[in-house]
Design a binder for this molecule. Structure first.
Ligand code: GUN
Length: 296
């Protein structure tokens, strides 16, 4: 039987409506709205389209979007100076520097310079540490979006064997940590696989919930999936496709057509995890604004 397709667009639309109402209420109560500063350095096409999507999403729900599109030649000092100014702005509650940054910029230093109080990506070591300890605070957007999708679709993580493929700081490491926390949407047994894992399929076939975040098309084929598993595809890979007007198509890390015949639930690409990532960024911005404005 074919898997149920998890609709990330629908889940994101519902959350967007909730956030919009929340922002309207905050505005009526205080006269203030959440503000998100987005920093893009250089002209990487994928980063440009992500940043444009983030700015558009902010405008749609009433978040003030403070755009900072800087040339690739921007120096480290110029960027640090901008971040300090944004840290000090009371109308900015979230700051995001789109990664990857050009190579002459120290990504780790940039992420540490963004105030942990405005770190809506949850990349600052203080926030990463809190996440690992299970303390309240920002949660990183893509992993948080995955947890929400599992929750909305009634997938129990408690006692489940989750296998994560990919150990990135943005997805693999944080989602593994979040799902093993002793909490309602956690309590999973987590296996974290990566490029040096021997016999990857031996692990993936044990997964009740398989999270593919390797950043490589066709990482997960049907023979690597247990019948009835829940499959979450985090991959966003651009495959050159000259016959399409934009010259590429998006594919995930999972062989969707084959795996959907074996899984119980599966996310598509596009339209699965992607829309949730942006929504959780907006969620973090609203959360931060409420903390700054209301102390809540
Ligand atoms: N580049 C790819 N994903 C992300 C993300 O979630 N946040 C930022 N800042 N950059 C990214």
């Amino acid at each position: 039987m074919s898997a149920k397709i998890i609709d990330g667009k629908l889940a994101a639309a519902n959350l967007r409506a909730e956030l919009k109402a929340n922002i309207a209420e905050l505005k009526a109560q205080t006269g203030q709205v959440p503000g998100l500063a987005v920093i893009l350095v250089g002209d990487d096409p994928a980063s440009q389209s992500y940043v444009t999507a983030k700015e558009k999403a902010c405008a749609e729900i009433g978040i003030l979007s403070v755009d900072n599109r800087l040339p690739a030649t921007t120096s480290q000092d110029q960027l640090l100076d901008l971040i300090h100014r944004l840290n000090d702005r009371p109308d900015v509650h979230g700051i995001l520097a789109q990664l990857p940054l050009p190579r002459h910029l120290d990504e780790s230093l940039i992420c540490r310079t963004i105030s942990p109080e405005k770190d809506v990506d949850c990349f600052h070591p203080v926030n990463v540490g809190k996440l690992m300890l299970g303390e309240a605070g920002f949660l990183p957007c893509t992993p948080h979006g995955i947890v929400k999708l599992l929750e909305i679709n009634g997938v129990q993580t408690d006692g489940a064997h989750v296998v994560v493929v990919g150990r990135s700081n943005i997805v693999g490491k944080p989602i593994a940590n979040m799902l093993l926390q002793k909490c309602p949407n956690g309590n999973a047994t987590v296996t974290l696989c990566h490029t040096h894992t021997r016999n990857l399929a031996e692990f993936t076939r044990q997964a009740d919930i398989l999270i593919a975040a390797a950043g490589r098309p066709h990482t997960i084929s049907a023979d690597m999936v247990k019948a009835g598993a829940v499959v979450i595809d985090v991959g966003v890979n651009r495959v050159p496709t000259p016959e399409l007007p934009r010259g590429y198509r998006l594919v995930g890390d999972v062989d969707f057509e084959a795996v959907k015949e074996k899984a119980a639930l599966i996310t598509p690409v596009p339209g699965g995890v992607g829309p949730m990532t942006i929504i959780m960024l907006l969620y973090n911005t609203v959360y931060s604004a409420r903390r700054h404005i209301l102390g809540a």
